[in-house]
Ligand binder design. Structure first.
Ligand SMILES: [Zn+2]
Ligand SMILES: [Zn+2]
Length: 142
């Protein structure tokens, strides 16, 4: 698991590695309790153990919390400075990370205008992914 990060800085504890493995295998974001259930056989018995591992993994940029789903998912790679935009499919539950420099720029200049000092931004879009949205595309022509 450690080798996933090319920078070599990441040293995962056993618990973190287990949680990351569960999320990597999952096709959809998982809530802490779903993760806990899958790890009971590994000696996890308290949500706090899962939460702690998740917070630490998030701190290392390996996982993201999807706030609107109250679930967690693995990071798609290294985007570091850029905040991802999450596209969440209502049909299959798939979540993809997207990046848009222009969007980030717009957000920054918006904050500059209002004098707001941004700490973090969470952008989550609900809808249908490319796989599920074929029907909708036929109906709505943009
Ligand atoms: Zn990410
Ligand atoms: Zn979908």
């Amino acid at each position: 698991m450690k080798r996933k990060n090319a920078d070599g800085k990441t040293k995962l504890t056993k618990n973190q590695a287990l949680v990351l493995k569960i999320l990597t295998k999952a096709s959809q974001p998982l809530g802490a309790y779903a993760i806990l259930d899958k790890l009971r056989s590994h000696g996890f018995n308290a949500p706090l153990t899962v939460y702690r591992a998740l917070e630490q993994l998030a701190g290392q940029g390996l996982v993201h919390k999807i706030e609107s789903l109250n679930s967690w998912t693995t990071c798609c790679g290294d985007h570091h400075a850029n905040s991802p935009v999450f596209e969440i499919c209502n049909d299959c539950g798939n979540v993809t990370e997207q990046f848009d420099r222009e969007l980030v720029k717009s957000l920054n200049s918006m904050s500059e205008r209002s004098g707001f000092i941004p700490d973090r931004s969470i952008i989550e879009i609900h809808g249908r992914c490319d796989d599920c949205g074929t029907d909708a595309k036929w109906k709505v022509k943009i």
